[in-house]
Design a protein. Structure first.
Length: 235
């Protein structure tokens, strides 16, 4: 079931949001420790994915070129600016945040990021849902915090998260119709390893060790496709 990861992710967001309505006073130390634990688990998944590579040089080149493209396009800042723009357009309420604010804020947090893209592609190409399930755990814990302050609108964010990730997953499954199986397997292994490095970056950011602009590395996935195609047909 290729959409299993997206379904689990959406359900964990809803469950977390419902729990957050009853747990409004979570101790800061508990939040911090749980987030560190999740960060370590995310980094471990990234390391495991990186070992999928059969040509580590392709991974390195893809990350470097992808970083150059991402920094040139300034993807990370554009994504943040989009979030700020949407929040500015939200109507404010003197009695507290409404459903719309919780919905939009949570949607931006859960949808924007490389983990959603990498996880959805992994589900579609390899039927491997580990990344999306781990993302779901992170999103679920985050939704507990968000809903305790922004309201039940956070739970509705599960809908765009499922649609966004589900569409990427379904689209990924169609790639096999146009690409030879040998080339597809080559691409999957190198794409997984390249995405794994990005996942490691996300884990380190969650722990607080680094502040890597992971969104600026996303073009590296596209670069992988070009490089493996050239290598496959020329060598």
């Amino acid at each position: 079931m290729i959409l299993f990861g997206s379904i689990v992710n959406a359900l964990l967001i809803i469950i977390g949001a419902l729990l957050g309505r009853f747990l409004s006073n979570i101790p800061e130390r508990m939040k911090e420790t749980v987030m560190y634990g999740i960060g370590l688990a995310v980094a471990a998944i990234g390391i495991q994915m990186t070992f999928e590579s059969t040509q580590i040089l392709i991974v390195i080149i893809s990350i470097v070129i992808g970083a150059i493209i991402g920094e040139w396009m300034n993807l990370d800042e554009k994504i943040n600016d989009l979030g700020k723009w949407i929040e500015q357009k939200l109507p404010s309420s003197k009695e507290g945040p409404g459903i719309s604010q919780g919905f939009v804020t949570a949607t931006l947090i859960f949808v924007v990021g490389s983990m959603a893209i990498i996880g959805a592609i992994d589900s579609g190409l390899r039927n491997d849902h580990d990344v999306l399930i781990m993302k779901g755990i992170i999103d679920g814990f985050t939704s507990v915090i968000l809903s305790s302050t922004l309201g039940i609108g956070v739970a509705i964010a599960a809908v765009p998260v499922f649609l966004y990730q589900g569409l990427i997953t379904v689209f990924s499954t169609q790639i096999s119709r146009f690409i030879p199986d040998e080339l597809l397997q080559f691409f999957i292994s190198e794409m997984t390893a390249t995405g794994g490095l990005m996942i490691i970056g996300i884990g380190l950011n969650l722990i607080g060790i680094t502040k890597i602009r992971v969104a600026n590395l996303i073009p590296g996935i596209v670069v992988v496709g070009f490089i493996v195609t050239i290598v496959h047909f020329l060598f």
